[in-house]
Design a protein around this ligand. Structure first.
Ligand SMILES: Nc1ncnc2c1ncn2[C@@H]1O[C@H](COP(=O)(O)OP(=O)(O)OP(=O)(O)O)[C@@H](O)[C@H]1O
Ligand SMILES: [Mg+2]
Length: 496
């Protein structure tokens, strides 16, 4: 037990430390505070805290100190290494009254030791792990620290260790948070949309024009071309970025469910409506609603959507009350909406409302010059951790990537690179790692392909038959070498 004269101090100190746990979240400041409290409570004149550190030569580093000059501290830390080791090893406090005579100091005559009257060195324990130690000493009073002080010192050390772990956890969470946020920013910024082909420049140009207005934008394009990516980038770079971006997939749910999902419902509006529920339009208030596969909306929902666009109003299912919502609407479709209007399945007036500005995402095969950049971008994303030795692509692999037709567009390319990063044996991705279908075996009579694609398949097949000999291939196909060169260049490099 603490002696009577330290008892009130001890309790104060403990409650101080408990308070510190909740108030200091920076590990360095926390350790300084803990040291100060412990020294005050025990009347120590000097002290330092050290933490185990695998990187350090001694296995620990001093993280806080009081009343030492740098030189004194260096000397003392060196001299007391074996005391510290013992404390860290045994997990028990060590009290020393005669430093000079204590053989843990190796009989050193050091003046540093001559001055010290008493020392207390206590372990910082976390569960059963020793994470460091607090060292306190007195230059004036022999036997300043006694066995009676030990329970108190131990309690301080325990509190300090917990506080420290909290602070470190908090720091790493904050760091992680910061990284996630910049990552998010990166993901939603234009930076994340890769491409500098003419077709993509045009997309970026339109995007930057619509950022700060509320015009509706219809994003058309094949599957996997980046329609959602563009919608997010418009939202997160625009003036509504601090309000929600809500993406709604119009193609999957039943009409009733989708309606309640979009507009919300009143309790009891239908079986299963056990409480009032807000719809996604209300959730997105102030922000952006992204209607994905908007062409799949039923005619009833097309009408409700038109009301949102015209009046800025919604009605929850089962309610007569009208609610105002302020949302920007972006939409996307794989099937050109114009076609749906022509065949009568999409309201023309709604089409014009959604389509104030339209962006058409180019299929990847029309911007093949972007393929190497995209491939490297995805490699950066996936060649991490145990795969981080992968540095790039072999020239043949890039060639194969440029030749492939990419029916699944950028999404297919992304999946291909992710898989290749797993399959690659060396530090460059080889053509085989990509597992792309052999171009020369593609059927030129496959239904649904264009004449251009059929031509490409015939040429590549012949090239393969002729062992990549250009003159021979040109002769077999009865075309000029120039024509052949031009075509090959087109398929591999420029945007065909
Ligand atoms: N230009 C690009 N740069 C980087 N990544 C891209 C690009 N375009 C698409 N991607 C990536 O490809 C994947 C598919 O993109 P996204 O989901 O936006 O396509 P989509 O057009 O909405 O497809 P779907 O019609 O199938 O819904 C995503 O992982 C996206 O990040
Ligand atoms: Mg999509």
């Amino acid at each position: 037990m603490p002696t009577t004269d330290t008892r009130p101090n001890a309790l104060d100190a403990l409650s101080d430390i408990a308070f510190t746990i909740n108030s200091i979240q920076e590990p360095k400041a926390l350790l300084a505070k803990v040291l100060e409290i412990a020294m005050d409570a025990l009347d120590a004149e000097r002290g330092f805290v050290l933490l185990s550190d695998e990187e350090a030569a001694d296995g620990f580093t001093v993280r806080a100190q009081r009343n030492f000059t740098d030189e004194q501290l260096d000397n003392l830390v060196q001299l007391s290494t074996s005391v510290v080791y013992e404390v860290l090893r045994e997990g028990e406090p060590v009290l020393i009254y005669e430093a000079l005579e204590d053989d843990r100091f190796g009989g050193s005559e050091s003046i540093v030791l001559q001055q010290i009257q008493s020392i207390a060195c206590v372990p910082l324990r976390l569960k059963d792990r020793q994470i460091g130690a607090i060292y306190l000493d007195s230059l004036t009073k022999r036997g300043r620290f006694t066995r009676d002080h030990l329970p108190f010192i131990d309690a301080v050390a325990n509190q300090a260790a917990i506080a420290l772990e909290n602070a470190q956890l908090y720091q790493s969470l904050r760091e992680e948070n910061r990284q996630l946020r910049t990552e998010m920013q990166r993901l939603h910024g234009f930076d994340e949309i890769i491409g500098d082909s003419a077709a993509m420049q045009e997309v970026f140009d339109i995007m930057s024009r619509v950022l700060d207005s509320d015009v509706t934008v219809l994003i058309e394009g094949e599957s996997g071309t980046g329609k959602e990516l563009v919608a997010r980038a418009i939202h997160y770079n625009g003036h509504r970025k601090d309000d929600p971006f809500v993406a709604i997939f119009c193609g999957s749910l039943s009409d009733e469910l989708l309606e309640s999902e979009l507009f919300g419902h009143k309790k009891g509006a239908f079986t299963g409506a056990t409480a009032d529920k807000k719809g996604l339009f209300e959730t997105a208030d102030g922000g952006t609603v992204f209607l994905d596969e908007v062409g799949d909306l039923s005619s009833r929902l097309q009408t409700s959507l038109l009301r949102v666009l015209q009046e800025g109003e919604i009605k929850r299912v089962g309610e007569t009350q009208v609610r105002r919502v302020d949302v920007r609407i972006l939409s996307a479709t794989n099937t050109p909406l114009q076609e749906l209007v022509e065949e009568g399945s999409f309201r023309e007036d709604l089409y014009y409302r959604l389509n104030t500005i339209s962006v058409t995402m180019p299929p990847l095969r029309h911007r093949r010059s972007d393929i190497p950049m995209l491939a490297n971008h995805f490699l950066d994303k996936y060649a991490t951790g145990r795969r981080s030795h992968i540095r790039g692509f072999e020239p043949d692999a890039i060639k194969a990537l440029k030749r492939h037709r990419w029916p699944g567009n950028v999404r297919e390319l992304e999946n291909t690179i992710e898989r290749a990063a797993i399959m690659a044996g060396g530090d460059l991705i080889a053509a085989e790692d990509l597992r792309l279908p052999d171009q020369s075996s593609l059927d030129p009579f496959e239904p649904g392909i264009t004449l251009k694609e059929a031509e490409r398949r015939i040429v590549l097949r012949t090239l393969d038959d002729c062992d990549d000999n250009i003159s021979e291939t040109a002769r077999v196909l009865d075309v000029s070498r120039r024509w052949l060169h031009y075509r090959l260049k087109e398929w591999e490099g420029t945007d065909a």
